[in-house]
Design a protein around this ligand. Structure first.
Ligand code: OAD
Length: 299
C-alpha cells in the first residue's frame, strides 16, 4: 500500500512524500453549503431559508410546508420538483427555472475553505484535475485555473439560445437574472427572427455532459495518484462512476457528512466523515499548510 495508515495522517504523509504528484478531486454540492448554497439531497433542513426550501424542491416526499423559494415555484404550478431542471418543461414554462436562477445566481456567494484548499493544491502543482458537479462557479472564483476544472454539469458562466444555440451576452444575462424577481422577463435569443429561450449552460436532466468530461476516465485511470471525493452523494451518473473506475492501487479519500457510494469496500479507502471545511482544515494542519490555506481563503 502507498499509505502507511489509512487515515488522515496517512494521507498527509503520502501527499508530503513527493510520491503523490497528481491529485484529482470529485466535488458536489456539499462543498458549497457552507457558502449558503443549499445542496440537493440532504435530509437535514438547515437554518437558512434558501437551503430549507431548496431541499424541498428536490424532495418529493417532504411533508413540511415550505416557504420562500419553493412557495414561489409552487405558485407557478411546477408539476414536480425536478421539472425545474427539465428541458421540455423549460421550453413551455421557463419562469420556475429563472425564479430559482435569481436565488442561486453566482456572485451572491463566497468560496469556502474547501474551495481555498483546491486553489492551494493547484498552487502547489499537486492538482491534476478538479471534477465538479457544481454549477456555482465557486472553484473559479476561488482562483483555481480554468484548465484545472471540469464543470461536469456545466455552469451559470455562459448561456445560449436553446433553439439556434447562439450565445447570449454575459452582462445582459446577469442584469436580466437579477431583475427577474421584479419584471419576470425571460432572456430571449437576439438573433434575427429566432426569439428562442436563452438557458445557462447548465446540464439539464437528459442532456449530454460537456465534451470536456470525456477525458475524465483517462485522467482517473492513468494519471491520478490520489482521488479525493468531497461533498457529493455520488448518486448522479455518469459523474459518480468516476469513483468506481479509480484503480485499486490509487487511494481514494471520502470527505463527506455521510458515507456514500462504495466507499469502505477498498483497502485503500480513507473515510473522513464530517463537515468538509472542518476536515480540510484538520488535513491542512497535518500538512503544515494551515496558514497558507487561511490566507488564500481570506483573499
Ligand atoms: P447532493 O445534494 O446529492 O449530495 C450532497 C452531499 O454532500 C450529501 O451526501 C451531503 O451529506 C453532503 N454534505 C452536505 N453538506 C456538507 C458539508 N458541509 N460537508 C461535507 N458534506 C456535506 O449533491 P450532489 O451529489 O452534488 O445535477 O448532486 C449531484 C447532482 O444532482 C447535481 O450536480 C445536480 C443534481 O441533480 C444537475 O444539476 C445536473
Amino acid at each position: 500500500s502507498v499509505l502507511e495508515t489509512a487515515d488522515l495522517k496517512g494521507i498527509a504523509q503520502y501527499i508530503k512524500s513527493g510520491k503523490c504528484k497528481n491529485i484529482s478531486l470529485m466535488l458536489g454540492a456539499g462543498i458549497s453549503t457552507a457558502a449558503g448554497i443549499p445542496d440537493f439531497r440532504s435530509e437535514e433542513t438547515g437554518t437558512s431559508p434558501v437551503r430549507r426550501t431548496f431541499v424541498n424542491v428536490y424532495s418529493l416526499t417532504n411533508e413540511s410546508r415550505p416557504s420562500g423559494l419553493y412557495a414561489n415555484l409552487a405558485r407557478l404550478n411546477l408539476p414536480y420538483p425536478e421539472a425545474v431542471f427539465e428541458i421540455n418543461f423549460f421550453q413551455n414554462n421557463p419562469t420556475p427555472f429563472y425564479t430559482l436562477a435569481h436565488e442561486l445566481y453566482p456572485g451572491k456567494f463566497r468560496p469556502t475553505l474547501t474551495h481555498a484548499f483546491i486553489r492551494l493544491l493547484s498552487e502547489r502543482s499537486l492538482l491534476r484535475m478538479c471534477f465538479t458537479q457544481n454549477i456555482d462557479t465557486l472553484e473559479r472564483r476561488a482562483g483555481v485555473p480554468a484548465n484545472k476544472i471540469i464543470e461536469a454539469h456545466g455552469s451559470f458562466a455562459t448561456q445560449r439560445c436553446i433553439k439556434c444555440k447562439t450565445p447570449f451576452d454575459d452582462t445582459k444575462m446577469k442584469e436580466m437574472v437579477s431583475r427577474f424577481s421584479e419584471d419576470k422577463v425571460v432572456p430571449k435569443c437576439e438573433k434575427k427572427g429566432c426569439k428562442g429561450l436563452v438557458k445557462p449552460d447548465i446540464v439539464f436532466f437528459g442532456e449530454a455532459l460537456p465534451s470536456a468530461f470525456g477525458q475524465a476516465p483517462r485522467i482517473i485511470k492513468t494519471d491520478t495518484d490520489l482521488l479525493i471525493v468531497i461533498g457529493t452523494s455520488l448518486t448522479v451518473h455518469p459523474f459518480a462512476s468516476l469513483a468506481y473506475i479509480c484503480p485499486d492501487n490509487v487511494p481514494r479519500v471520502l470527505i463527506n457528512i455521510e458515507l456514500v457510494g462504495d466507499f469502505g469496500s477498498g483497502d485503500e479507502d480513507v473515510i473522513l466523515l464530517g463537515k468538509c471545511d472542518e476536515v480540510i482544515q484538520e488535513l491542512c494542519e497535518e500538512l503544515g499548510w494551515e496558514e497558507e490555506l487561511l490566507k488564500l481563503w481570506e483573499e
